[in-house]
Design a protein around this ligand. Structure first.
Ligand SMILES: *Cc1c(COP(=O)(O)O)cnc(C)c1O
Length: 382
């Protein structure tokens, strides 16, 4: 039986050829192809600088590091995201402060951000859940009012836009991921995009051991062998092999996003008669990236439905287990779950249906048929 996963990469011959070309050349690790990928990525989101790294997680990590906040600073973020968002705060010795979400978009609620601000708050990391941009204007106002830095975790949202402007230039730094299920892929990979030249230069050092070749007269005139290590950086470099795939993928991003929007619209059309499903909605001033199509169940046992779909080759999923529920966070950052009624309600009822550009309309109809049959099979009262 064919299995329809919740997400999947789209790779064509042009992608394969692009990678082969690099393999035949001299540069395997960070070289001219990474430069070109960064330029094209920056151009696509209309930003000044893009710094490519080996994962979205690495991008988040060095973005937080680049802010150089005092240790123990509080950074407000959403718990309804992949674990990496909160972890980037912990890697850097800061305190993640979780704020509740707006159940309609599953995005961090600006009013809840306001309630969490203290004298130690220094930054906000907001996540454009499923590719639906956050309440960016409201979050921007809060940042101005309290002098907070902004990092946009746009790992779902490459190609999405807000007020007609591509996601990428709203926050101090914007993070993208190129994991296979994300809007474009490099196998593994990520990037930080910024308008700020100083931050970009620092990010370039941080991704490669904190090392620079810009050393002035440190070792005397003409010491072109010299380099200096100015920050405690890592090896987070993207390879030219990955960047070659990224360049080729980036050429297709518009058609990927368009296809994702078509599939989402088809789901919404064919599922709208099911009263036990709450379908996702899109606010007016945004273009949705549709990384995920998530529904909320009303009076249906999620585990039973999940197994039912799996038996029929449909790979539903749950995005996300709230970060504060993980053992590590419970041990080190225990939270009172009653502070997150939005997250708790959504988490208990949410299910991700398959969505990726190579899915066919027939796949959507097949999933719809099964969801229509499940009502009688699982004896859902309708
Ligand atoms: C995928 C993802 C990440 C991490 O990206 P990787 O490239 O897998 O390291 C971070 N945040 C969010 C919201 C993600 O979906």
């Amino acid at each position: 039986m064919r299995f329809i996963p919740y997400g999947h990469q789209s790779i064509d011959d042009e992608d394969i050829q692009s990678v082969i070309e690099v393999l035949k050349g001299d540069w395997l690790t960070t070289g001219p192809t990474v430069d070109r990928f960064e330029q094209e990525l920056a151009k696509y989101v209309d930003a000044r600088h893009a710094v490519a790294v080996n994962s979205g997680t690495s991008a988040l990590d060095i973005a937080v590091q680049a802010l150089a906040l005092p240790k123990g600073s509080e950074i407000i973020t959403t718990p309804f995201t992949f674990a990496a968002t909160g972890n980037a705060i912990l890697y850097n010795g800061h305190n993640p402060i979780f704020a509740d979400i707006d159940p309609a978009t599953r995005n961090i609620d600006p009013d809840q951000i306001r309630r969490r601000i203290t004298s130690r708050t220094r930054a906000i990391i907001y996540v454009d859940y499923a590719g639906h941009p956050c309440a960016i204007d409201e979050i921007g106002d809060i940042a101005q009012e309290y002098d907070l830095r902004l990092i946009e975790d746009a790992c779902h949202a490459l190609g999405a836009s807000y007020d007609g402007r591509k996601i990428g230039t709203f926050a101090d730094m914007t993070i993208f991921s190129f994991h296979p299920v994300k809007p474009i892929t490099t196998g593994e990979g990520g990037a930080v995009v910024t308008e700020n030249a100083e931050l970009a230069a620092k990010l370039r050092m941080l991704r490669s051991h904190g090392i620079t070749r810009d050393i002035g007269h440190m070792f005397g005139e003409g010491a072109s062998w010299g380099y200096d290590m100015q920050y405690l950086g890592r090896n987070y470099r993207m390879t030219d092999i990955q960047a070659a795939l990224g360049l080729s993928q980036l050429r297709k991003i518009s058609s990927f996003i368009q296809r994702r929007n078509e599939i989402a619209a088809l789901y919404t059309r064919v599922l709208s008669d099911l009263e036990w499903l709450e379908l996702p909605s899109t606010l007016e001033h945004v273009t949705h990236g549709w990384h995920l199509y998530t529904v909320l169940l009303k009076g249906v046992d999620r585990n039973a439905l999940f197994s039912y779909l799996k038996e029929r080759g449909i790979g539903a999923n749950v995005h996300y287990i709230p970060t504060y529920k993980f053992s590590y966070y419970q041990k080190h950052y225990p939270q009172d779950v009653t502070s997150f009624p939005g997250v708790e309600d959504v988490f208990n009822r949410i299910l991700t249906l398959p969505l990726y550009p190579d899915m066919t309309d027939e796949d959507v109809w097949y999933i719809s048929e099964n969801l229509h049959e499940v009502a009688s099979d699982l004896r859902i009262p309708v």
